[in-house]
Write a protein that binds this ligand. Sequence first.
Ligand code: 5CU
Length: 382
Amino acid sequence: MSNPLVVDIHTHVYPPAYIEMLRARKKVPYIHDPSDGGPPRLIILASDDDSSIPVDERGRPVDSSYSDIKVKLDFMQKHGIDCSVISLANPWLDFVGEEQASEWAQKINDDLDSTCTQVNTTVSQTQSARLPRLFAFGTLPLGAPGPEAIADELHRIKTLRHMRGVIMGTTGRGHGLDDPGLDPVWKALEDTQLMLFLHPHYGLPDEAFGGPEVVRRYGHVLPLALGFPLETTIAVTRMYLSGVFDRFPKLQILLAHSGGTLPFLAGRIESCIAHERTFKVNGGTVQGPQRGIWDVLKTNIYLDAVVYGTAGMKAAVEASGGTTDRLLFGTDHPFFPPLSDEDEQWTSVVTNYKAINKTFEKDGDAVAGVLGGNAIRILNLK
Ligand code: 5CU
């Protein structure tokens, strides 16, 4: 089989204007420029802003790979990636207040769309590309005064040429994804048929890991390896429990990091619901979800293949109803760069390539689908 097309659907950017907004801030999320002229520090997670650590050493270094699209294109070339669906990185516009949320969302979305136009036009003029190089997931003004403004931006995003969906965190408008106030947003997502890329940022409270001292001891391992996937699992489970998928059966949701732990826990969630049957909402009793969780997984959920191992990959396929058609390759660039400066392929990316090849080694069509064919079909990347 000829080389399959490779599409990266999990790859982030901070456009330069967003970087400057973070640089102007002094509380999380912010960028700090060390006084010794060392690389700027990205302090976005609550656990990054640890007052027992000098501010010059907090968080992680942030270099041009976060904001310069040329660096992303070099990364794509080095890793054999034909096309990337870029999205704003966390924490998106979650912290932007109601006066400015819509303005910032429009600015970021227009900026991403025009970056795609510029790159795709240049590439098509100079090289024989097998696919346009870039598409994008937009961002939402979740802090806007009402959900209607979010729905309006979704309808506007739908008109932008390279937008194929939107990325969103797990808190919604601040009350979680079972908030009935989000119904206009779910409706707009259904109406536009834009993909919702659901991505974690907040993790779990330090206490879940044994307190701040324990979190500090192990750097980013506990928040990123465990906090992020559990956050996603909790968010989508709350959506499911509150009947969002009953009310909006046409939602299309791509879950980051292969659904967190949802593929593994779906059976347990189903069993616990069967033993509870009804829930208490606003002092009354309501029925639990009408649709089964396996049906939702097969109909409404897509999973990225950013899971770094065959066990997670197999769980993702199993949870998708035994098909590889809903699994999509991603890199998480620019997060998880190599620790050394060597000019080599990133271990984080190579590990995911290997996991895909090893899991589906006897099935070339499955490999081709997961690497790019599924994304091209599902997101219409032509
Ligand atoms: O693992 C990831 O996706 C990420 C991410 O997106 N943002 C971040 O701060 N760390 C890891």
